[in-house]
Write a protein that binds this ligand. Sequence first.
Ligand code: SAH
Length: 224
Amino acid sequence: MNIYTQSEIDGIGFTSQRSRNRLADNLADKGIFNQKVLDVIKKTPRHLFMNSGLSQQAYEDLAVPISCGQTISQPFIVAKMTEQLLHTKNLNKVLEIGTGSGYQAAILSALIPEVITIERIKTLHQKAVDNFYALQIKNITAILSDGDENIEKHAPFDGIMITAAINKIPQHFTDLLPDGGTIIAPIGETNKPQHLTLFTKYNDTLSEQILLRVQFVPFLQGIA
Ligand code: SAH
């Protein structure tokens, strides 16, 4: 795997810096206030996390199909989840569940010292690993796992972001957090609107704040 050239990262036309700036302005209009998040959106080449045939849509505020029936999340949702997670005190290490394209992990890695991201589909995991290398992002550890294995040894995490729809937060994820730690996740059934929810752990229980309605692909068990 080669390292991307600066002109590949910069993009051209639909994938140019001007398109990234326009996306950030669009997100600000839609209510993303955190300037650090908007600056990272401007810097991160989303077109390199998508199939090149779809890169015309890279800087539209849309979820776009990647391989294996999965999607790269809508930029507004990526920005919103990131902005919410950044409210966590002492946010030094985060776990993302659902690497997918790796775009969300790349955004987190520009704002948080250490990112662990897990993905259950081997093809997507490998592609994301290659992309992190090509972009020379060094503070992401990508793991092939469905969340039941191989993550405890990296715990505790200050925050957890789940990017697939889940009915309920499993207790073993809560156990990976310290007091004051947060989880942001789309809660609800597949094929129905879910609620993006921010959980904060106090005295071993989670308090919850429902943020908005969203639509994510399902959280599934096992490696594929
Ligand atoms: N964060 C991604 C969006 C991912 S879509 C991005 O920025 O592109 C959700 C991803 O979660 C899919 O790739 C899916 O395979 C993965 N996923 C679903 N259940 C999972 C589980 N139990 N463990 C790890 N990954 C899971």
